[in-house]
Ligand binder design. Structure first.
Ligand code: ADP
Length: 431
C-alpha cells in the first residue's frame, strides 16, 4: 500500500470540518465564538490521537498500530511501515552476521576481531585453541593482556602490520603461530593466525640438509684442491708423495661419489609407491650375493662372519631391500674392531620374517639411538674417523624398509655390540 497524504487533501478535510461551523456561526450571528469552539475541538481531537501514538510507541508491546481516522491513520501507518522495514533489515543483518561467523568458524585459520584500542570484539574457536582465549568471557579485554608475549606486545604497539609475526603459542609452546593483522574498518582490525610449526620444521630441515651436504662435499674438495696445488709443481714433489696424493685423491673422490649416490637413492626412496606386491624377491639368493660382497669387504678386518638364512621369499623391491641389508652389514663390518664376530640372520618369527645383523663391536651409547636414522647423523667419535661414512646409511635403511611396512629396531650397548633388525610382515611372505 502506498499512501500519499497531500497538502490539498489536508486543506480539504480542514475546510470540510470547519465549513458547517462557519455556516452555523454566520446563521446565528455567532461567527467567532463558534469558529473558536470548532478549532478547540480540533485541537482536542489531535491531542487525543497524539496521546494514543505516544502510548503505542512507548507502552504497547505490539507492532500493530491502533486504529485512527484521517491524517492520523497516515502517521500510524507510516510509523508501522518504517518499523517493519527496520525489523526486516535487522533480521537480514543478523542473518548476515551469523553467516559471517559460521564462515569464520569454518576457516582453517584463527580469526580475532579487535578495536584500535586493543579491546577484543570477537574470536573464532581456533583462536581460542591457539591463544587460550575464552569467548565470550574475554570480550572487551585488551588483546595484549590476553596474548602475553613480549614480541606480540611490541608488534601491536608499533602498529606496523606490513610484515607477519611468528610467535610460539602462549598455551602450547610446541606450536609456532604466524600472525597477520589487517585494518578493515575505521577503527577495527582483523587478526588472522595459522599454525606454521610444520612449515618451520621443514624449513629448518632444508637449511640443515643444505648445510650438511655442503659440509660433507667441502671437506673432500678441500683435500683435492690441496693436492692439486701441490701437483702444480711436480718437479718439487717427491715421487712417493705423488703416489700418496693420487691415492688420497682417489679416496676423496670415491667418498664424494658415494655421497651423491646415497643422496640420489634417498630422494628416489622418498617417492611413495604401492607396487611392493608386484615383485617376488628371492631373499636367500640376494643374501648369498651380499655374503660374498661382505667377504670381500672383510678382507682387511678379518671378522668372523656367519650367515644363517631361511629359505623364505617375500614380495618387495629388491633394490631397496639390497640397500637396506647391505648398509647394515657394511656398518657392522666397519664399526667393529678387527677380528670381531658378526652374525646375519633371516628367519621366520611371530608375525613375519626378520632380518638381523648382530656384531660384538663397540656399541652405541643410548643417547645416540633415537637420532641414528636422521640424515647425516653420526656418532661423535665416528665423525672424523676414516670409515668414509656419510651418516646417510641408516636413513636409507629406514626409508627402504618403510616401503615394506617395516621399521628398524636397534639394540646396542657400549662395548658389548649392536643388533640391527627389521621384520617384514607376514602379509608380504610368498606362500
Ligand atoms: P655412516 O655412513 O656414518 O655409516 P650410518 O647412518 O650408516 O652412517 O650410521 C650412523 C652412525 O651410526 C655411524 O656413524 C656410526 O657411528 C653408528 N653405527 C652404525 N652402525 C653401527 C654399528 N654396527 N656399530 C656401532 N656403531 C654403528
Amino acid at each position: 500500500m502506498d499512501r500519499n497524504y497531500s497538502n490539498w487533501q489536508s486543506l480539504t478535510s480542514l475546510a470540510l470540518f470547519l465549513l458547517p461551523f462557519l455556516f452555523i456561526g454566520w446563521l446565528f450571528d455567532l461567527f467567532w465564538p463558534v469558529t473558536a469552539l470548532a478549532l478547540l475541538g480540533l485541537v482536542c481531537w489531535h491531542y487525543y490521537y497524539q496521546q494514543k501514538l505516544i502510548k503505542w510507541l512507548w507502552q504497547s508491546r505490539t507492532l500493530m498500530p491502533p486504529s485512527a481516522p484521517g491524517s492520523w491513520s497516515y502517521i500510524y501507518d507510516g510509523i508501522y511501515r518504517s518499523q517493519r522495514r527496520s525489523q526486516k533489515r535487522r533480521k537480514a543483518l543478523a542473518r548476515l552476521l551469523r553467516r559471517f561467523r559460521e564462515a569464520a568458524e569454518a576457516l582453517p585459520d584463527a580469526a580475532i576481531v579487535f578495536r584500535a584500542d586493543g579491546a577484543l570484539l570477537w574470536s573464532n574457536k581456533l583462536a581460542q585453541f591457539y591463544f587460550g582465549l575464552r569467548w565470550p568471557d574475554d570480550a572487551g579485554q585488551r588483546l595484549s593482556n590476553l596474548i602475553r608475549h613480549p614480541e606480540f606486545y611490541a608488534y601491536l604497539n608499533a602498529g606496523n602490520f606490513d610484515e607477519e609475526l611468528t610467535i610460539p603459542s602462549p598455551i602450547r609452546e610446541s606450536l609456532d603461530i604466524e600472525i597477520r593483522i589487517m585494518p578493515y574498518s575505521e577503527d577495527q582490525f582483523l587478526l588472522v593466525a595459522r599454525d606454521v610449526t610444520q612449515v618451520k620444521r621443514l624449513e629448518n630441515l632444508r637449511r640443515e640438509f643444505v648445510a650438511n651436504v655442503s659440509h660433507e662435499l667441502k671437506t673432500p674438495l678441500t683435500v683435492l684442491q690441496g693436492y692439486l696445488e701441490m701437483m702444480d709443481e711436480p718437479q718439487q714433489t717427491p715421487p712417493a708423495m705423488l703416489k700418496k696424493a693420487v691415492e688420497n685423491m682417489n679416496a676423496q673422490s670415491t667418498r664424494m661419489a658415494n655421497l651423491v649416490d646415497q643422496l640420489l637413492t634417498l630422494s628416489r626412496m622418498e617417492t611413495p609407491s604401492n607396487d611392493v606386491f608386484d615383485h617376488e624377491v628371492d631373499m636367500p639368493a640376494l643374501l648369498e650375493q651380499l655374503e660374498s660382497e661382505a667377504k670381500r669387504l672383510n678382507e682387511v678386518k678379518q671378522h668372523k662372519i656367519e650367515f644363517d638364512v631361511a629359505p623364505v621369499r617375500i614380495y618387495g623391491k629388491e633394490n631397496l631391500l639390497r640397500s637396506a641389508m647391505q648398509n647394515l652389514i657394511t656398518n657392522a663390518i666397519n664399526y667393529t674392531p678387527d677380528g670381531g664376530e658378526i652374525k646375519v640372520t633371516w628367519k621366520t618369527v611371530a608375525g613375519g620374517v626378520e632380518f638381523s645383523v648382530k656384531d660384538n663391536g663397540k656399541g652405541i651409547a643410548a643417547e645416540h639411538l633415537p637420532r641414528l636414522t636422521e640424515r647425516f647423523y653420526r656418532v661423535e667419535d665416528d665423525r672424523n674417523s676414516a670409515s668414509g661414512g656419510t651418516g646417510l646409511g641408516l636413513s636409507i635403511v629406514k626409508h627402504a624398509i618403510e616401503h615394506h611396512n617395516s621399521q628398524l629396531d636397534i639394540n646396542s650397548s657400549l662395548e658389548k655390540g649392536s643388533r640391527f633388525s627389521f621384520r617384514i610382515p607376514s602379509g608380504l611372505l610368498v606362500s
